[in-house]
Ligand binder design. Structure first.
Ligand code: C5P
Length: 197
């Protein structure tokens, strides 16, 4: 079965949690595409070359989840050569036998416009910053500024800007608990699966 669930949205909206839950529930493979950009961002040197030479070990580093890695990722993610170098791997993963969930910024719009399910998971910047702050701690105003900075860069770039695909189902998690958000996403996937792959 070829079946792709594309989950896009801004930083800290809940995409990761929802993606892992959907993948587990329906037995699909999961790719957190943000990790690819984070790994390129922290690798140093020429970003385009780093993207072309990315290895599985690069994705295993334990410093990929920091605020700094997120900022570095969104800077290199605006470079067209970096994005181009990562397209094939993501497309192959998306259309591999058995089905896949990919979460990122451009999965439903650029990487896999033919995805069977497209979700756009979002929440207010304040809510997202609060969640991120619970994870990383530190100065709350700085965490909000970091979220807003990344939103502006991810939505404002020329190449594959963050936006909801026309046919995406929007899930706003500002006032949803994790269980409710996961249930909403699973209902959309189950509905589409019921029609056949
Ligand atoms: O999702 P995550 O916060 O890990 O993504 C880090 C950064 O990588 C994002 O802010 C964005 O700039 C970039 N990214 C992207 N396209 C994707 C996934 C992530 O541009 N598909």
């Amino acid at each position: 079965m070829i079946f792709t669930v594309a989950i896009d949205g801004p930083a800290a909206a809940g995409k990761g949690t929802i993606s892992r839950a959907v993948a587990g529930r329906f037995g699909l493979r999961h790719l957190d595409t943000g990790l690819l950009y984070r790994a390129v961002g922290v690798k140093g040197g020429d970003p385009a070359q780093a993207a072309r030479q990315l290895t599985p070990e690069d994705l295993d580093r334990d410093d990929l989840r920091t605020l700094e890695a997120g900022q570095a990722a969104s800077r290199v993610a605006a470079i067209p050569e970096v994005r181009a170098a990562l397209v094939d791997f993501q497309r192959r993963f998306a259309r591999s036998e058995g089905g896949a969930v990919l979460d990122g910024r451009d999965i439903g719009t650029v990487i896999c416009p033919e995805a069977e399910v497209k979700l756009y998971v979002t929440a207010s910047a304040q809510v997202r910053a609060h969640r991120r702050w619970l994870e990383v701690g530190g100065d709350k105003a700085r965490v909000l500024a970091e979220v807003q900075d990344r939103d502006a860069r991810d939505m404002g770039r020329a190449d594959a800007p963050l936006r909801a695909a026309a046919e995406a189902v929007v899930i706003d998690t500002s006032e949803l608990g994790i269980d409710e958000a996961v249930a909403a996403a699973c209902a959309v996937v189950a509905g589409r699966l019921a029609k056949g792959p």
